[in-house]
Design a binder for this molecule. Structure first.
Ligand code: MN
Length: 462
C-alpha cells in the first residue's frame, strides 16, 4: 500500500474523496476551486479529484495534504499519533528495495519527444509568473559520495522541455554547487503523485548524506520499492504516478518567479538554474498532484509533518524532558517552533531554544511552555504567554543570525542583509513555584467524567 491511488481508495471509503467532473482550467481555476473547498465548512475535510482539466488528459489530485486527519488515514494511524509516528520512522528507517519493472514507467517518452505542457501543471497564486510544479519530489545524489537526497523544490514551466528550479539552501543545492563548479550537470528525478509518506519524508531534516527514503519506509512500515530511471543512474519510487527525468544545467540561469510561497508572500523574480528534461515516464492512467501554496495551509502542512518529528529528535537530544514540538501553520510551519517540556531547571527553555535554532535555519521564534500546555492549541499557547511570562526576564534575543532569503523580514529589515534576529520566549512556570500557585481552575474532573458517563440523561440520545 504505497501508491497514491491506494490512498485515494482509502479516503473514498471513508467518505473523504470528492470527484469533480466539471472541466476546469489549470490556470487559476483548479487552484480557486481547491481554495474555495479549503475555506468551506462542508468541503474542507475532503480531498479533491479533478477528472477533467482543460488541455490535459490526466486528472489532478488536490487538497490531499490539507488536513492532518486525512494524512493519518493514509498512514493508518490516529491524527494525534503523527508526531510520534514520524519520530519512530526516523529512528527505525526501512531501506528501499529495487524492482526491475515499475508502474511509473508504463509509458516512457524520451527527449526530444517530451512536452511538459501536456501535463495539467497549474498556475495557482494570482501573481505567479507561470505554471508551477508544486508537488515535485526531487531526487538527486551527492556527486562525491553517491548518497541520495529527496526534497521538495518548486519548478516553473519555461517551455516544452525546460523547467526553472528554486533550490532551497539545503542538500540538493549543495549537490548542484559541487557539480556546477566542475561545469557538469546534476541528474535529477522529479517525482509527482506519491504516497504522503514520501512527501512527508522529503521534509524530514536528516543529516547531509542521510537518505530520507528509508524514513519514508519507516512511515509506511514497509520498504519503498524503487526502480532505476530510464536516462540516468537514479532510483525513484516505483509506484509513483509521474516521473520527470532531467539535468540541472551548469552555468545556466533563466528568470524564475514570482511564486506565492509558504511565507504567504511572493518570492520575487530572479535568474535561477534550469532543468533540461530528458524523459517523462508515467503510469498509463497517471494522476497529477497540485499543492496550493501562499495562504493555503497545504504547503506548510507538508512541511510541518516532516519537520516536527525531526525537530523533536534534535531538541529531545539536547533536553530529554522535551514532551512535544509543534511548528504552527501560521508561521509557514517554519519560523515558529512551540516546544513543551517537563522543566527541571531554570534555563531549560534557552537550552532547547538554541538546539532548535541550530537544527533548522528558518526557525526564528521559539516559545517554550510546560507540559500541561497543549502546544497544538493556539488558545493554550496564548494562555501560557499571558500568565507565565515576564517580558524583561523571559525573552532572549540572539541578533543577526544567518537567515533564509525567503523570510520577508530578512530581506527588508535585518541589520545586515540576509540576517534575522532570533528570539526565545520562556513561557514556563518558575522551576520552584510554590505548590498550587499555578493551578488551573475548572470543574472537578471526576464530576465531568460522571457527566460523560451519563450523557444521555442530560442531553438525550444514545
Ligand atoms: Mn536531505
Amino acid at each position: 500500500m504505497q501508491d497514491l491511488r491506494a490512498v485515494l481508495d482509502r479516503l473514498d471509503a471513508a467518505g473523504r474523496l470528492r470527484r469533480i467532473a466539471e472541466p476546469v482550467s489549470p490556470i487559476f481555476d483548479l487552484a480557486s476551486v481547491s481554495r474555495f473547498a479549503q475555506l468551506d465548512d462542508t468541503l474542507s475535510h475532503d480531498v479533491l479529484l479533478f477528472e477533467r482539466v482543460e488541455g490535459a488528459e490526466l486528472p489532478v489530485v488536490a487538497n490531499l495534504m490539507v488536513r492532518r486527519e486525512n494524512v493519518a488515514l493514509a498512514l493508518g494511524i490516529e491524527p494525534r499519533d503523527l508526531l510520534a509516528h514520524g519520530v519512530r520512522a526516523l529512528e527505525r528507517p526501512i531501506p528501499p528495495v529495487r524492482v526491475e519493472r515499475a508502474p511509473c514507467q508504463e509509458i516512457v517518452e524520451r527527449a526530444p519527444d517530451v512536452d511538459l505542457r501536456t501535463l495539467p501543471i497549474c498556475q495557482n497564486s494570482e501573481l505567479d509568473g507561470g505554471r508551477y510544479i508544486t508537488a515535485g519530489v526531487h531526487i538527486t545524489r551527492n556527486p562525491e559520495t553517491g548518497a541520495r537526497n529527496i526534497g521538495l523544490q518548486r519548478n516553473e514551466v519555461h517551455d516544452a522541455d525546460t523547467l526553472g528550479i528554486w533550490m532551497a539552501p539545503t542538500h540538493m543545492r549543495r549537490h548542484y554547487e559541487i557539480v556546477e563548479a566542475q561545469n557538469r550537470p546534476l541528474p535529477v528525478a522529479i517525482v509527482i503523485g506519491v504516497h504522503p509518506a514520501v512527501l512527508i519524508a522529503s521534509q524530514f531534516r536528516t543529516a547531509f548524506d542521510e537518505d530520507e527514503l528509508p524514513a519514508a519506509g519507516g512511515l509506511l512500515g514497509e520498504p519503498i520499492e524503487t526502480v532505476r530511471c530510464v536516462t540516468c543512474d537514479l532510483e525513484v519510487p516505483a509506484h509513483a504516478e509521474i516521473v520527470i527525468e532531467g539535468e540541472v544545467l551548469p552555468g545556466e540561469r533563466h528568470p524564475e518567479g514570482p511564486f506565492g510561497e509558504f511565507t504567504r508572500q511572493y518570492g520575487i523574480e530572479r535568474p535561477l538554474p534550469v532543468v533540461k528534461v530528458r524523459a517523462i515516464t508515467r503510469r498509463r492512467d497517471a494522476m497529477y498532484q497540485n499543492v496550493l501554496s501562499g495562504k493555503s495551509p497545504e504547503h506548510p502542512m507538508i512541511g510541518a509533518l516532516g519537520r516536527e518529528p525531526s525537530l523533536f529528535r534534535a531538541v529531545h537530544a539536547a533536553l530529554p524532558t522535551v514532551t512535544a514540538v509543534h511548528m504552527p501553520l501560521g508561521s509557514g510551519a517554519n519560523m515558529h517552533a512551540w516546544i513543551s517540556i517537563k522543566k527541571t531547571s531554570e534555563g531549560d527553555a534557552q537550552k532547547v531554544g538554541f538546539a532548535a535554532f541550530a537544527h533548522q535555519d528558518l526557525i526564528k521564534h521559539v516559545i517554550v511552555v510546560d507540559d500541561d500546555i497543549d502546544i497544538f492549541d493556539p488558545f493554550e499557547m496564548d494562555y501560557a504567554l499571558a500568565t507565565r511570562v515576564h517580558a524583561a526576564r523571559d525573552i532572549f534575543v540572539v541578533p543577526r543570525v544567518r537567515a533564509v532569503v525567503l523570510d520577508p523580514a530578512a530581506e527588508e529589515y535585518a541589520v545586515g542583509k540576509g540576517t534575522v534576529d532570533k528570539m526565545i520566549i520562556d513561557a514556563t512556570k518558575p522551576h520552584l513555584a510554590p505548590p498550587g500557585s499555578f493551578t488551573m481552575a475548572d470543574v472537578p474532573a471526576a464530576a465531568l467524567a460522571r457527566v460523560a458517563a451519563h450523557r444521555a440523561r442530560f442531553f438525550g440520545g444514545a
